[in-house]
Structures are given as C-alpha cells and as structure tokens.
Design a protein around this ligand. Structure first.
Ligand code: BV8
Ligand code: ZN
Length: 262
C-alpha cells in the first residue's frame, strides 16, 4: 500500500485529529522558514540570536523593528491551500485542532478555531518589565524605512519597553498553551505533523508524544523527516498540494491523479 493510501486509511479511521505545524506550512504563503536565508536588512543576522531576551536588552530598536517587519510581512500574506484544508476537515465532521509553532495568524485567517500557539503570536505585545499585555496604535504598527530602526513603544502602566508576545529561546513556553497541547496530543488518534524540521524543543517532542499515546502520525514535509516507527507515515512533498489531495481522496473519493503517489 502506498504511503498516501496508508495516510487515507489512517484519516478515514480517525475521529480526533491534531495538526502540528511549523514554518513549512506558511512557506507557500511567502513567509520564509527558519531554514531560509533572511533577506533585506536582516541578512547579516542569525534568527536564533535575534530571538532572545539578551538581544532585545542589547538592542531593543533592532529587535522591535525586526518583529514589526515580520508582522507587516504576515499582514501582506494570505492563508494557502494547506491552511485552508484544515477547517475543511473539521467541517466534514472530524474533531480537528491545531498546535502550532508559528507566530503568524494564517491558521485563524484560514478559519481554524482551535489553534494553540506554543511560541506565542506576532499579533500580541507585552511589557518587557511587568509582562502585562499591551496594545499598539496603527501609527505604532508602521514599519521602519529601509535602514531606519524604531524604538519599542512604552508600557502605559510601568513605562517599561513593549516587546513582541512571542517565546524567545531559553524562555519557558506559556503554561496554558503547553498544557492544552499535551492534553490534545495525548487524546488524539491521529497527529498530522506539517512543515517542521523537528529541532526546537520541547515542541519537537510532540510527534513522539502522540506515538507513545498510541496515535498514528503522518508527516508532511518536502524532506523525509520520518522516524520510521510502525504507526508513522511519511508524505514527501509540498503541504499546499498534499493536504488538499488527502482531503479530496477522502471526501469525494475522487480518483487520485493517475500514477498515484509515492
Ligand atoms: C525552553 C518564536 C526552558 C520566536 C521560536 C533540549 C535539547 C536541546 C536544546 C534545548 C532543549 N530544551 C530547550 C532547549 C533550548 C531551545 C532549543 O530547542 N534550541 C534548539 C535550537 C536546539 N529551546 C528553547 O529555548 C525553548 N524554551 O526550553 O525554555 C529553558 C529555560 C531556560 C534555559 C533553557 C531552557 C523555546 C523555544 C522557542 C523559541 N521560539 N519561535 C520567533 O519565531 O521569532 S522557535 C522557532 O523556530 C519556530 O517557532 C519553530 O519552533 C522553530 C523553527 O522550526 P520549524 O517551524 O520547524 O521551521 P524550520 O524552518 O526549521 O523547518 C521548516 C520545515 O518545513 C523544513 O523541514 C522544510 O523541509 C519544511 N518545508 C518547507 N517548505 C515546505 C515544507 N514542508 C511542506 N511544504 C512546504 N511547502
Ligand atoms: Zn509594564
């Protein structure tokens, strides 16, 4: 049986499905992944170094401007066929939830209602000093001119610097988000892991957590990231093509394009 056939069988036999997503699901919407080289003003920066409290302390204007730029880029982007396939499965009667490492809002804009953001969201800001959530005016959302940097706005309560509401390296994940993710993953019968390289912990431990809880795991990735466990299926290709094809095979039982899938 081909991997696609096995994936279809696994989906047909499932009720509770968790989509575990990484940067690869937003790549076809024009959002660069972490493997892709940074462009423009940011070329000479290493993302892992930029995504730390230390970097913000050292140069708040640089980090603030970088996240404003990323927020602007996400604002220009649209959910792609992979994002859109997820709420379609939910509308077709499956119990679907999303656990994402992504800080963009493309899952929500695609119509997904139950989305757990393990690493926070670009749409949130909070105070670096008192940690209270903050709000930005439209003027404060303006991105920097080429080569210009913008100082982070101040917290209205303690005058601390506002920072993006994301989880930086060596910062704990939001308690509630992690607990919800573990509950969903341990109670699902199918986990579909889409577009993640499985490097950043503790998120990268989630597919194994699902396998250990007896669920089947389907990986969707341009590269073979499978662990070859018994209840694991590797679908190699673009998420924007494979997820709609998986649904098409299910919904209408439409014949697979001639030649099937590997
Ligand atoms: C923490 C938000 C406690 C900010 C992010 C255990 C062992 C080793 C290290 C650690 C460990 N535990 C903790 C660590 C340290 C660290 C870590 O894991 N480091 C790594 C580098 C080894 N983890 C942490 O610091 C975490 N916090 O542990 O706190 C603590 C406290 C004090 C001291 C120590 C520990 C916090 C991690 C969260 C960091 N924040 N994002 C921002 O985005 O700006 S992580 C960020 O990078 C993303 O959220 C995501 O998690 C990760 C990128 O990974 P992916 O999303 O998978 O993207 P990537 O580009 O890598 O891969 C894309 C994939 O898609 C590829 O496979 C590609 O083939 C595929 N693809 C591309 N296009 C397509 C496609 N697939 C299908 N279709 C396509 N079209
Ligand atoms: Zn404050």
């Amino acid at each position: 049986m081909s991997n696609m056939q096995r994936a279809i069988e696994a989906l047909r036999a499932s009720k509770k499905v968790v989509f575990f997503t990484g940067a690869g699901i937003s790549a076809e919407s024009g959002i660069p992944t972490f493997r892709d080289k940074l462009t423009g003003l940011w070329t000479k920066h290493d993302p892992e170094r930029l995504e730390t409290a230390a970097a913000f302390r050292e140069n708040p204007a640089l980090i603030w401007s970088w996240y404003l730029w990323r927020r602007h880029q996400v604002g220009q982007a649209k959910p792609n066929a992979a994002h859109l396939a997820i709420p379609q499965l939910s509308n077709a009667g499956w119990d679907v939830s999303v656990v994402t490492q992504n800080i963009d809002d493309l899952h929500e804009r695609a119509g997904s209602s139950q989305v757990v953001h393990l690493h926070g969201s670009l749409m949130d800001v909070k105070c670096f000093a008192c940690h209270r959530l903050g709000k930005l005016t439209p003027a404060q959302l303006e991105i920097a001119e080429e080569g210009q940097l913008i100082e982070p706005p101040r917290c209205v309560r303690c005058n601390g610097k506002l920072r993006p509401g994301v989880v930086w390296f060596r910062e704990n994940l939001p308690e509630g988000a992690w607990r919800s993710a573990v509950r969903l993953v341990k109670n699902c019968d199918l986990l579909i892991s889409v577009g993640t390289s499985g490097i950043v912990m503790p998120a990268a431990g989630i597919p194994n957590m699902a396998l250990a809880a007896g669920a089947t795991v389907i990986h969707v990735n341009l590269e073979d990231v499978g662990l070859d466990a018994a209840d694991e299926v590797m679908l190699t290709g673009a998420a924007g093509m494979l997820l709609p094809a998986l649904l098409r095979a299910l919904e209408v039982g439409a014949p697979l394009p001639s030649g099937g899938f590997t």
